[in-house]
Design a protein. Structure first.
Length: 290
């Protein structure tokens, strides 16, 4: 099923992200994670393609596992470090495995990376164009409520985002954020600028202090004072920080839904217990629409 059709209904839709293993001997562990998260009946599950500088790994294998568990898969595809022939090959592999949804990403720039020749992609919109040409896919894109780290300002960032959407993006998923007011301002700007595709709010539960450091490094997101007080108070107690992080993320989601944002994507870092805890905290809210 195409994710654009799922999102078009604008019902409360909770989705999860998982990542494939780096080595084949770990794939059964990841398949077990998929099975556990699939039991939560998410709207869809996204499968990452690879971190900065890495390849696709076993993304197609895990996407097939998602599908075999009755859940719609969304396969990430990054293009920065791949030639156009390599990207075409991966797209064909997705098509051969019945994968209908692709999240088109340029990818993070590895340290010391130099943009290569014309056989490589420089921007995500170029990848969107390629995907459109090679099959009838539903295409997702990424966006940054707090401005892309490489953009000069919000105006520049929104203009680039609008161009990417106009190339054929069917929906957008935000990078993580921890202050909902940041998202609400971003949502309003998108509407004003005519970016009218469904917007999915990306939420990451921060369950340990190492995650905090990684989150800032990857996305440049800001933590509100309320969250920093939680981290200061519970950061040295792993069990307490995990519980507090789940509660904070759940409260974020409740506030988003109360303000009309029914499409939520959770970055669970392959932790079914975190996913389950959040879904338990939302059970009656989700069931309200039944």
């Amino acid at each position: 099923m195409k994710i654009s059709e799922i999102l078009k209904k604008n019902k409360i839709t909770i989705s999860f992200e998982i990542f494939p293993p780096k080595a084949w001997d770990k794939i059964e562990n990841t398949r077990a994670v998929v099975k556990e998260i699939a039991k939560l009946n998410p709207g869809f599950m996204s499968v990452t393609y690879g971190a900065a500088g890495t390849g696709s790994g076993f993304a197609a294998d895990i996407a097939k596992e998602v599908k075999s568990n009755g859940i719609t898969p969304l396969s990430h595809l990054t293009c920065l470090t791949s030639t156009k022939d390599m990207v075409n090959s991966v797209i064909d592999e997705f098509k051969a495995n019945g994968i209908e949804n692709i999240l088109a990403l340029r990818g993070d720039i590895p340290e010391g990376f130099v943009f290569p020749d014309a056989q490589h992609y420089h921007h995500a919109y170029e990848l969107v164009n390629t995907i459109k040409q090679r099959g009838d896919f539903c295409i997702g894109g990424a966006c940054y409520p707090e401005v892309h780290p490489e953009s000069a300002n919000m105006v520049d960032d929104i203009n680039h985002l609008k161009y990417k959407v106009d190339c054929g993006v069917d929906f957008l998923t935000t990078q993580m954020f921890f202050d909902n007011d940041v998202f609400y301002r971003f949502r309003e700007i998108c509407a004003i600028k005519g970016i009218n595709v469904p917007l999915v709010a990306g939420i990451m539960p921060i369950t340990n202090t190492t995650s905090i450091i990684k989150s800032v490094k990857l996305s440049g997101c800001r933590f509100p004072e309320k969250f920093m007080k939680i981290a200061d108070r519970f950061g040295e107690n792993p069990a307490a920080m995990k519980q507090a992080g789940v509660i904070y993320a759940t409260e974020q989601i409740v506030d988003l839904i109360a303000n009309g944002q029914n499409r939520i994507h959770i970055y669970t870092m392959n932790k079914p217990d975190i996913a389950a805890a959040i879904m338990n905290g939302l059970s009656d809210i989700i069931n309200e629409q039944s």
